[in-house]
Design a protein around this ligand. Structure first.
Ligand code: SF4
Ligand code: SF4
Length: 161
């Protein structure tokens, strides 16, 4: 009996799905309404992800190759997966002559990131944000480890933790 009701349920569910597909097919065919399906990857050049899309964590840099990361490690501490490692160094402030903690490398392990956003929320200077690139497929896991501060970049003068 349960065997028969399983078959009936399967057919019902199949017809339900086909009804939705058929409705879209015929409505678009007869009314010439715009089809909303994205033709990926043919539309790669024009594809724009929604602003809220979480593709990866990135560090914003201005046109002078400056960022707002002070190396405070708040993001590292906030990450539940250990996906962020902050390598810092001591730098002497030329104005005060005092040694100060500064960012050397902001390392982000994309392969360990679950896109929870806790690191972005924890950053006191809004130095990191969501990037929308989602083309992360690779045969080499090491390519999923990124240094977010660009080579030769420095922190914007006056940025405070
Ligand atoms: S988004 Fe979440 S998992 Fe990814 S690096 Fe930030 S805190 Fe870690
Ligand atoms: S990204 Fe933000 S929270 Fe992380 S080390 Fe830099 S300033 Fe601190």
């Amino acid at each position: 009996m349960s065997y028969l009701s399983d078959i009936t349920g399967g057919i019902k569910s199949l017809l339900g799905g086909m009804t939705v597909t058929g409705k879209y097919f015929f409505i678009n065919f007869f009314t010439r309404k715009e089809v909303i399906t994205e033709e990926y990857p043919d539309n790669m050049d024009t594809l724009k992800m929604y602003d809220r899309f979480r593709g990866e964590v990135v560090m914003w840099h201005n046109e002078n190759n400056e960022h707002k990361c002070t190396g405070c490690s708040s993001c590292e501490r906030a990450c539940p997966n250990g996906a962020i490692e902050i390598i810092w160094k001591k730098e002497v402030n030329p104005e005060t002559g005092k040694a100060k903690r500064a960012i050397d490398k902001h390392i982000y392990h994309l392969g360990m990131c679950t896109m929870c956003g806790l690191c972005i929320e924890a950053c006191p200077t809004d130095a990191i944000e969501w990037g929308q690139d989602f083309h992360h497929t690779t045969y080499d896991r090491t390519q999923l480890t990124k240094v977010l501060n660009k080579p030769g970049s420095k922190v914007i003068s006056g940025t405070k933790e």
